[in-house]
Design a protein around this ligand. Sequence first.
Ligand code: A3P
Length: 316
Amino acid sequence: LVSSPQQREEEHADLVATLPSALEANGVKKLRLYQGFWIRDIHVPAAIALQRQFEPRPDDVIVASLPKCGTTWLNALTFATMARKAYPPASADHPLRRLNPHQCLPFLEGLFKGGREAELELLPSPRLMNTHMPLPMVPSAVPGCRVVYVCRDPKDMAVSAWHFLRRLQPDLAFAVVFESVCDGAVAFGPVWDHVLSYWRASTAMPDKVLFLRYEELLRDPAKNVRKLARFIGMPFSAAEDEAGTVDSIVQLCSFGHLKGLDANKTGHLDPLLPVPRDALFRNGASGDWVNHMTPEMASRLDKIVADKMRGTGLTF
Ligand code: A3P
C-alpha cells in the first residue's frame, strides 16, 4: 500500500511537532532537530521510516553527501561507472546525455517521504541510490551495503548553498547562510556531525564506506573513478583501460559537459522545489569562498570545524 507524503506526515505529526525547530536560511523550509540532526520537517517522517524499514541488499550502492558538496557529480560518476556495460559512457544515447543525474537513481528520502519505498524492491540488483541523510538515519546501510560519501570544504559548501538558496529568495544575504552553517542549522546538518558519521564508518569499515573529497575529485577525477570502481567491486579491465573507458566517464560527467546539456539547462529539480536545474551547475571549482568571506569569517568557520574534528583523524 502506498501512503501519500501527507499521510506519512500525519502518521508522525505529533512527534514532529514536539521537536525543536528552526527556519532554513532562506526562510522557505522548516527544519526540525531530530536525534541531533536538522532535518527538513517534511523529511522527518522519511528519516523515521528509513531507520525502521530500509533493507539494504549486500550489492547495493548508496551515494551519500550533504547538499552542495558534489552530490550531482558523484551521482553521475557512480551511475556511469556502475551502468557502463549497459550504457557505454561514450555512447550517444547514454541516459546522462538526456536526463539530469538525479533522475538516473532514486533519492531515498524522496521515496520514503511519500510511502513509495516498495518501488525500491522492484529495482534489479545491483541497485544504486542517493541520500542526503546522515548515517544514523540509515543505520542498516553500514555494514548492510556499500556507501560512497563525498565531503567538501565547508566554506565552499556555504557559498554554494547561498547561491542555491538565493534562487528561491534573491535578496538573501550571504551572512545569514554563513551564520546558519556556523550554528549547525542547515538541512541534514550540523555539517561536522554529518561528515563525521560517515568518516567514522569509513575508518571502521573501509570496505563498506568510501570517503571522497570534492577537491580531490577535481584534482584527479580519473584516479577517483578507478578507486570508486574498485570499491564497488567493478574494477576497470585491461580492455577497458585500452579503450579509455575511465576518461570517457570523466568526460561524460564533467562540469562543462553536464552544464551544457538541455536536460540540465531546462526544467526544475522537483515540483516541490521550484529551483531551475541549472542551479546545480554553477561554478564547479574549489576556493570560491575567498570571493564571499572575510578572512575573519573564514578562520571562524575553520576553527569551529577544526574543533569538532579534533581527535578524529579528519581535517579540512
Ligand atoms: P558550486 O555552487 O560551488 O559551483 P550538489 O550537487 O551536492 O548540490 O553540489 C553542487 C555543487 O557541485 C555546485 O558547486 C556545482 O557547481 C558543483 N557541480 C555540479 N556538477 C559538477 C561536476 N560535474 N563537476 C564539478 N562540480 C560540479
